[in-house]
Design a protein around this ligand. Sequence first.
Ligand code: KG4
Ligand code: ZN
Length: 362
Amino acid sequence: MIRVLGIETSCDETAASVVALEAGKKPVILSSTVFSQIEEHAAFGGVVPEIAARAHVEALDGIVEAALEDSGLSLDDIDAVAATAGPGLVGGLIVGLMTAKAIAASAQKPLLAINHLEGHALTARLTDGLEFPYLLLLVSGGHTQIVLVRGVGDYQRWATTIDDALGEAFDKTAKMLALPYPGGPNVEKAAASGDATRFVFPRPMKGSAQPDFSFSGLKTSVRQAATSVAPLSDQDVADICASFQAAVTDTLGDRVKRALARFRAEFPDVAAPALVVAGGVAANHQIRARLELLCAGHGFAFIAPPMALCTDNAAMIAWAGIERLRAGLAEPDAFDFVPRSRWPLDTVSAPVVGSGRRGAKA
Ligand code: KG4
Ligand code: ZN
């Protein structure tokens, strides 16, 4: 039996969780506490790093206590402490990792420094017991990537955004249209009553031999459309949102289709190939429906962990800790580990030309 306490503080969720794995059984999430700071950042239209770091300091002790209490365990029963050590906002990472170091040192438990993206990448094994290899589409506020997950610590990035992350594109579109933060859910809501054919927005990278994503040109087109019809009625906003959503769904579908074909070609012997989605944008119904259809058409299982495990949480960090312990891949000197604001999952693939700043979130 392995029981790990996980801590997540890389952006604007303060989270702690206890996950247990007994040999031969399915893993169990004994507790998962997530405190979202959305209200503290809403007035600023985005995450403010300094406010986030302070809020983590205030909330984390209570959140860890709550997670332990909900699990019915004490620190003595825990086998290791796992904390997100990157990528993300460095203030929050320091708070989480230092707290984890203190807890692990005082309770004399091993410490695991976890890559937040690895947490997202391995969640489908916690929820669905998925076998390697599989494809991961990570679409969040900070990342838009297609990753081949070959094993614990063994990742190959097949595609990434060369400019904005998809969640960021939703958030910026919302901002231009004066919709409240966070933008994604509000753009989706407005799109429901809109005409997706009214504006013809570009489908960046669609059909391109380069496998990557791009969303900044689309953003410019949205701005131009909004300016051209201003002052905007509710119907105008709805039509722009619907047209924007149609464009990103199309682009995403095209890029993912390419990756599915590549997976088939590289792994002809995998009998039950799967595409896993993670990240807040995976909540979008239209995007989800398109991906589901695409997977069905290509003989892939479509795996979307429950929403609470798709967005930022600490159960995925505790689970990544368990996976690393099991695989004998625990960082040997985690107590010396310095938080990394940038920490690619795939350290081999070269950065993409044109790739600029990323959003705050991973
Ligand atoms: O995974 P997440 O909660 O945080 C990280 O980025 O790690 O993702 C947040 C992002 C935000 O950009 C938000 O606008 C977007 O996910 N999002 C959505 C929807 N719900 C959240 N985007 C499109 N449609 C949605 N329904
Ligand atoms: Zn995340």
